[in-house]
Design a protein around this ligand. Structure first.
Ligand SMILES: Nc1ncnc2c1ncn2[C@@H]1O[C@H](COP(=O)(O)OP(=O)(O)OP(=O)(O)O)[C@@H](O)[C@H]1O
Ligand code: SF4
Ligand SMILES: [Mg+2]
Length: 312
């Protein structure tokens, strides 16, 4: 809630993540990506709440779980590296103490186990454990700090890792390096990853499947190959055209005219309608359902509902 009314930051978004995959969630700033991640982790600020819905993990609903039940799932089984976490490391604590504190917060007091696990993780992330554990955050580069954060999130051996814009604050080369490391980590551990970014090019690089979000809604879901080769939602098509190309002429790269709607008072019907060149009457009146165009390829757009009906 805001002083000026309620905002439905994520609205009726239904999404399933497959074990062991990398699911990319993409959408422009303000589309509700972080809110989705924070809702899963029960980290929404006090002014926010989940009004309706469920978060099913291994058959159990996180929304209905008690505090004690959640303690065994959140951070232990599902961990999050929040957006802008680079600045969240405590400047007066050495990295080793960050690992100790995290372990202690979850009832682990075995120092040797923590150092051993932290060292293995740091090695996996191509950092020198000896040096890094003894360092203070300010002694590390942005890329090193990001790797420390990944190791910290993985300390309790989670099965699912949610990464919210993990490469956004980094320069292009470091970003590339972190993406390669994450791919390597995924291959070695087969951890399930939910990778959130506003950068569609990053999704192409790392994800198996992609969910396109806009103004709190899910517009398209599918495997990366299909969605990049044949995007079906006008917003996804526009996102693809916004990718800078090293080989194509710069004029081919297009920004999307207009801005996200005010979520305190979203337009009726399709939320993309005010910006969509294909908008029809129905788009301004009724919200399009998320339909399965082909197995695993879901789209919420009246253009495709119509086509489906014509086929029938
Ligand atoms: N605590 C809050 N109180 C009020 N509105 C909020 C709050 N948190 C988020 N919002 C609103 O919810 C919407 C979604 O925000 P969110 O941070 O989830 O977007 P995002 O997709 O992660 O954006 P970005 O790419 O900038 O990180 C925005 O309109 C934002 O203004
Ligand atoms: S439902 Fe209508 S307005 Fe929305 S994306 Fe499809 S064509 Fe455009
Ligand atoms: Mg965000």
């Amino acid at each position: 809630m805001t002083l000026k009314g309620f905002v439905r930051a994520v609205d009726n978004a239904s999404l399933s993540i497959r074990k062991g995959e990398i699911m990319g969630i993409v959408g422009e700033s303000g589309s509700g990506k972080s809110t989705l991640a924070l809702a899963i982790m029960k980290l929404l600020p006090p002014t926010a709440r989940i009004v309706k819905g469920s978060i099913i993990f291994e058959g159990r609903d996180l929304v209905k779980m008690s505090y004690n039940q959640l303690k065994d799932v959140l951070w232990k089984r599902i961990a999050l590296i929040p957006q802008a976490a680079l600045n969240a490391l405590n400047p007066v604590l050495k990295i080793v103490d960050h690992f100790m504190e995290t372990a202690k917060a979850h009832g682990i007091h075995d120092k040797e186990w923590v150092i051993d696990r932290a060292s293995k993780l740091l090695e996996l992330l191509r950092l020198e454990p000896e040096r890094v554990l003894k360092s203070y955050p300010h002694e590390l580069s942005g890329g090193m700090k990001q790797r420390v954060l990944i190791a910290l999130a993985m300390l309790l051996e989670p099965d699912v890792l949610i990464l919210d814009e993990p490469t956004t604050a980094l320069d292009v080369l470091t970003q590339r390096y972190i993406l390669d490391l994450l791919k390597d980590l995924h291959a070695k551990t087969s951890i399930t990853m939910i990778f959130i970014t506003h950068d569609i090019a990053v999704i192409a690089d790392i994800a198996d499947r992609v969910t396109v979000m806009y103004a709190g809604k899910i517009f398209e879901v599918g495997d990366v190959f299909t969605v990049f080769k044949e995007p079906k939602h006008p917003y996804s098509i526009a996102l693809m055209k916004s990718i800078p190309s090293l080989v194509g002429p710069i004029e081919e790269m297009k920004s999307i005219p207009g801005t996200l709607p005010d979520l305190r008072n979203p337009p009726p019907g399709c939320r993309f309608a005010p910006r969509c060149q294909y908008a029809m009457d129905i788009c301004h009146k009724k919200e399009p359902p998320l339909i399965e165009l082909k197995p695993g390829h879901l789209v919420a757009c009246w253009l495709h509902v119509k086509r489906e009906e014509e086929v029938k």
